[in-house]
Design a protein around this ligand. Structure first.
Ligand SMILES: [Zn+2]
Length: 244
């Protein structure tokens, strides 16, 4: 997501913070569907329950690598702390996604598109402090557009890593998608169980602007199924998107 008023620091943090409390609708409290107001005046209709009978049911347990976290699906419990976090270049992930990320980074390096880690696990407390900081700096309304209250960030799952190109700029910028590293990631992350979680053109579904650097581990079973069927987002995969 981009915004003219955003500072570099805000831009760097925005993707990790996610979700506005004002638009969070607990899935179990939603009727058939919930109209969700998104930043920049857009609106999406996300189903409160799976609308496609053939779609897998989204796991609610954050220990499940397939867990769905978005505006209608907070972590449960919101204070969840993943176990067994390990560091990849100083940024934390759970063990399984860390192993996969290391393999992916080795392959990227071999392909001449070396990657670095930029931001991984963020705790509930970190999220809380950041949201409070944004609220002080910008007011709650604007803070809510660029960050999230704790419990609504995918980074809190320990399954998400922001990556950047090892050489050159474009860290946490959409221009990363045009770098050799960004193109390599878009084409190959699925092989390692990762998806680009907020793809271009899916803002109304995911609630977030294009973030070519934000990689979410879902495991190779899901990432391969999505790749083969050309399923653009996790919301589509879980049948959470209502057409029309
Ligand atoms: Zn991110």
């Amino acid at each position: 997501m981009t915004h003219a008023r955003r500072t570099g620091v805000a831009a760097a943090l925005a993707c990790a913070l996610l979700l506005s409390p004002a638009v969070a609708v607990p899935a179990h409290a939603a009727p058939a569907a919930a109209a969700v107001a998104l930043p920049h005046g857009t609106t999406a209709v996300l189903a409160g329950a799976a609308t496609s009978p053939s779609a897998p049911v989204p796991p609610r347990d954050p220990r499940n690598i397939g867990v769905l976290v978005n505006k209608t699906h907070p972590l449960s419990p919101k204070s969840y702390v993943p176990r067994g976090l390990v560091r990849v270049q100083g940024h934390r992930l759970r063990a399984e996604p860390a192993r996969a990320l290391k393999a992916m980074m080795a392959a990227a390096r071999k392909a001449g598109a070396p990657l670095v880690t930029v931001s991984g696990y963020r705790s509930y407390a970190t999220q809380k402090a950041l949201f409070a900081r944004y609220s002080r700096l910008y007011g709650v309304a604007y803070a809510s557009r660029i960050s999230a209250r704790p419990g609504y960030s995918e980074h809190q799952t320990g399954l998400t890593m922001d990556v950047g190109a090892a050489h050159g700029g474009c860290r946490l910028g959409t221009c990363f998608g045009n770098t050799k590293a960004g193109r390599w990631v878009a084409a190959n992350a699925w092989r390692y169980g990762y998806i680009v979680r907020y793809p271009r053109g899916q803002e109304k579904v995911t609630g977030y602007s294009y973030e070519p650097w934000h990689l979410r581990y879902v495991g190779v079973k899901i990432s391969t199924a999505m790749k083969k069927a050309k399923i653009p987002t996790l919301e589509h995969y879980y049948g959470q998107v209502r057409r029309g």
